[in-house]
Write a protein of this length. Sequence first.
Length: 305
Amino acid sequence: MHPGFAAIRALAEAIAVQTDSVFGYLSEGSNSAGAWLAGAVPHRGPCNDADAVKGLNISDWAENTSAAAILLNVEPEHDVAQSRQVIRALTNASSVIAITAYRSPALEDVASVMLPAAAFTESSGTYVNAEGIMQSFKGANNPAGESRPGWKILRVLGNLLKLDGFDYVSSDQVRDELRGSCENIELDNSIHGVPRVTLSASGGSIMRAADVPIYATDALVRRASSLQKTHDAVALTVSINPADAARLGLDDEITSVRVKQGDVGAILKLIIDESVPAGSAWIPMAVKGSELLGDPFGEVVIEKA
């Protein structure tokens, strides 16, 4: 998720080449490879077609007010890194269609209309696992009420707009067409012909680093009260190294601090933790209250509350 990921990955591969090592990494999610193969990325079409119509990444999109937007199972306050910018862009859009299985205050604020989508357990589909193998599944039960699988809602919208490519009657047809078109592609995440890359750092400042806790990864687990009571459920806190705590005049008697990012901020519980690298502040994202802060990676100011 780091904005410098491409540079970090390129440097790691360069080190592997120089040390005669094998470089590889696991994708962030089980269907990351599926998204690339299907062309669900801004800069590639299906089957790695570089000549397909290009889209925008989330940062570029948020900087340009869109006439309309369709959200598919997205909670903008939690599911994107730059949540404040995205919510502002959605607020300025002329129309926002939210296809979702869950309601949230932020979604209700920006959506012009909400279409009920079936939960993932109520839909058939296919994903590409970390090995690059397609795995298909069927819905475990029928969609509740008037909800429908997300792909069917998109198909009907395409039909109403009389667009090409929206005539599928089953998710298996979508899978089979993609599999047939991509059958000669060999998955490979190595980099060839890497340009010069640079990474910058601000000396003396505290840089926020973030992760998505295991029980904050999607709308379903975020709403599971039983999971939120476990040890692995993470609340919005800030963890810093003891050296940084001493430099900032913080100690174990101080339980809360004010964390600011630009013109936004929040009061967070303070944790002093030797496992956090000096110069870093570990603050989770996608948890309640995290939308009050800025980007998950960036400079922060920490002071006594």
